[in-house]
Design a protein around this ligand. Sequence first.
Ligand SMILES: Nc1ncnc2c1ncn2[C@@H]1O[C@H](COP(=O)(O)OP(=O)(O)OP(=O)(O)O)[C@@H](O)[C@H]1O
Length: 259
Amino acid sequence: MKANKPLLKVDNVGIRFGGLKAVSDVNLHLNQGELIGLIGPNGAGKTTFFNLLTGVYVPTEGSIELDNERLNGLAPYKITKKGISRTFQNIRLFSELSVLDNVKVAYHSLAKHSMISSIFRLPPHFSGEKEMEEKAIEFLKIFKLEPFMHEKAKNLPYGQQRRLEIARALAANPKLLLLDEPAAGMNPQETEELMNLIALIRERFSLTILLIEHDMPLVMGVCERIYVLDSGQLIAEGTPEQIRNNPKVIKAYLGEEVS
Ligand SMILES: Nc1ncnc2c1ncn2[C@@H]1O[C@H](COP(=O)(O)OP(=O)(O)OP(=O)(O)O)[C@@H](O)[C@H]1O
């Protein structure tokens, strides 16, 4: 892991929906290998910010750079290819597809074999397909999902569906992984397992991770730095200890549990 090498540079980014500034003037810098939290009360603009990073929305102001390349205005699939993958607040799996196929779909966006050879099932398709399947199974092993690889995704228990979403995001070989409330709906044991999994994949894949999460013990426990959004604006940035004691943050949460 290369310490202090900038990966993501977000400068003065914002977006307006009609009269509402959902995100305004946000500056956020991530170095390679960091695990950083993004928190804030409901409606603060966290998911909108992920949508800006992934090309779902085009910023109306500011710039976003990954590895010194400007991303503003690129289509979401191009941004995935440049190295940003995400999971969603509400699980978005292909529920009727098998667990294995859900991961293989992600590989298709990166597959080296050509579309033509895939369509006509020429020999390169088969070696490409086989390699893809082997890699997908490798991922499923890491996520302890291999025993269920032929199950339909919709039949997995909730906690495993969440893990599958992360596995699928990782299959696109990202430099930066965006996790949108990965612990939502999980019980304490599943949350604990998730924390360990996040730490493991970060090391194993030399990932940089930006984590939106309402579960404060999780955020405070795993993140090195935390950014806090409120009403679309950054109100604080610092270590978990600094954030826990920041009066602006405490006020924004108006008595919600911060520690
Ligand atoms: N496409 C859109 N059109 C209009 N308003 C939007 C759109 N997307 C988001 N918003 C508004 O932007 C604000 C920020 O919403 P966002 O979902 O980003 O918040 P959040 O911090 O992720 O909230 P939560 O923690 O509840 O998920 C909200 O007021 C929301 O209604």
